[in-house]
Design a protein around this ligand. Structure first.
Ligand code: TYM
Length: 332
């Protein structure tokens, strides 16, 4: 079975609809006929300052949410990145293969460091994509299910894999991004030309998976649209309506064309009201299940421990090859 790997940062109390529709839903689907490794990227989270207590809580909340949405520990290794030290170890080797200019071209660093100025950003934030390459290459996956914003990091990953293979010996598989076009970039409800983002969006712009359902419904009803009045998918000219249609279609399985027909001649209020109901129907059981799982921390820890053991087995084997090829003397 082909391998898949992906990760998510525990940097908010809840995942949002961009995370879910852009990536996590594909994680759940790919479990069936792939060999999956999914992890919570706590090493990545500390590239910006985190409160230790909050980080620990959010990491467990992330695990509970992954299980609640259908990640099945019997099929998938689900683990916390810091529990598999090989990520940081391979990260170092890859940093030594990455050009300074190459790292500088990563647009997420430019965006994230823009606010405080480059001088205030950590070196960890700068080398973040190289650690991500290590996360991926350790498991030699065929596919990496992510949203559009991760495409550039996947390209760097492939470049580094190729460079290592060429300089030393063929060691890494070149992974393919697995990005579903329809949901690759879910937009901010209040600013529909930007992506929905934990760090950049206002609370009203993000539908959080763990929001009270009534709050999610309100956010949908207050989404920014346009004044043209026609319900039609047109990302260029009607980004707000197009985003609502995308979310609607993704949650119900109805095609965009079918939705356009269904809402022909009707008002934005109708669309929003119906979508709000769909969203409430979706988040209500998800929220209950997550809260239940959070009540049993012993179970969560056991799942994560077993996931880390499975992951380490694979990661250690890859790192052993890497160390040997680079010229490190083996212990003993
Ligand atoms: P993160 O934690 O920001 O987001 C997790 C996943 O959600 C996707 N995503 C979106 N997709 C569509 N529309 C949106 N508005 C939207 N917002 C977020 C992201 O593309 C991502 O797939 N660097 C990664 C974490 C990571 C990782 C990895 C991923 C670390 N190592 C190795 C894959 C493989 C990140 O910050 O994702």
């Amino acid at each position: 079975r082909p391998r898949v790997l992906s990760g998510i940062q525990p940097t908010a109390d809840s995942f949002h609809f961009g995370n879910y529709l852009g990536a996590l839903r594909q994680w759940v689907d790919l479990q069936r006929d792939h060999q999956p490794f999914f992890f919570i990227a706590d090493l990545h989270a500390i590239t910006v300052e985190q409160d230790p207590k909050v980080l620990r809580e959010r990491t467990l909340r992330a695990a509970a949410q992954l299980l609640a949405m259908g990640i099945d520990p019997a099929r998938s290794a689900i683990f916390v990145q810091s529990q598999v030290p090989e990520h940081a170890q391979l990260g170092w080797v890859l940093q030594c293969l990455t050009g300074f200019g190459e790292a500088r071209r990563m647009t997420q660093f430019k965006d994230k460091s823009a606010k405080g100025g480059e001088g205030a950003a950590s070196v960890g934030l700068f080398t973040y994509p190289v650690l991500q390459a290590a996360d991926i290459l350790l498991y030699r996956p065929h596919f990496v299910p992510v949203g559009e914003d991760q495409r550039q990091h996947l390209e760097l990953t492939r470049d580094l894999a190729q460079r290592f293979n060429h300089r030393y010996k063929k060691t890494f598989r070149l992974p393919e991004p697995y990005i579903l076009k329809a949901t690759a970039k879910i937009a901010d409800l209040q600013d529909p030309t930007s992506k929905m983002s934990k760090s950049a969006s206002s609370p009203a712009g993000i539908i959080e998976m763990l929001d009270q359902p009534s709050v999610s419904a309100k956010k949908i009803r207050s989404a920014v649209t346009d004044s043209d009045g026609e319900i039609r998918f047109d990302v260029e000219n009607k980004p707000g309506i197009s985003n609502l249609l995308t979310i609607y279609s993704a949650l119900t399985g109805e095609t965009i064309t079918a939705l356009e027909e269904q809402y022909a001649g009707r008002g934005y209020g109708d669309l929003k009201k119906d979508l709000a109901e769909v969203v409430v129907g979706f988040v209500t059981p998800f929220r209950e299940r997550t809260l239940e799982l959070l009540d049993d921390q012993a179970h969560l820890s056991a799942v994560l421990k077993s996931g880390a053991e499975q992951a380490r087995e694979v990661a250690q084997a890859t790192l052993r090859d890497v160390y040997q090829r680079v010229g490190f003397v083996a212990p003993g």
